[in-house]
Design a protein around this ligand. Structure first.
Ligand SMILES: [Zn+2]
Length: 122
């Protein structure tokens, strides 16, 4: 049933795409620095349209870390991270993720992008 995109399950691929999109939306609203596509080195991410989600260098660092955590998640059935028993994120990271998801979720909803459902993620 579960198709795969590159080396990822569809669910993983979708999670990462949403994370990239939301970080890009957040970055555009908050950071003035030049933005460029996230440099993707992991072959599992080769199908991710990263050029669609430009971020500044700070956000690129954040996103790179978040991707790495997500890809290394040891749990076969991935719970929403807020229900996760592992808590793999470093201190402060989850707060940053939540801030980004909250801001960008509202931002997209105001623009009628309800198709981008986000709250199941974190
Ligand atoms: Zn940024």
């Amino acid at each position: 049933m579960q198709g795969r995109v590159g080396g990822l399950t569809r669910r993983e691929f979708k999670d990462l795409k949403i994370l990239a999109l939301f970080t890009s939306v957040y970055c555009k609203a908050h950071h003035a620095g030049p933005r460029s596509a996230l440099a993707v080195t992991d072959p599992q991410l080769s199908r991710l349209p990263s050029h669609q989600y430009p971020v500044c260098s700070d956000c690129a660092g954040f996103l790179g870390y978040a991707f790495e955590r997500r890809l290394r998640c040891p749990l076969e059935e991935k719970p929403a991270c807020k229900h996760c028993p592992v808590h793999c994120y470093k201190p402060g990271h989850r707060e940053k993720v939540r801030e980004i998801m909250r801001f960008s979720g509202r931002h997209l909803i105001r623009r009628g992008r309800l198709d981008l459902l986000w709250h199941y993620l974190f």
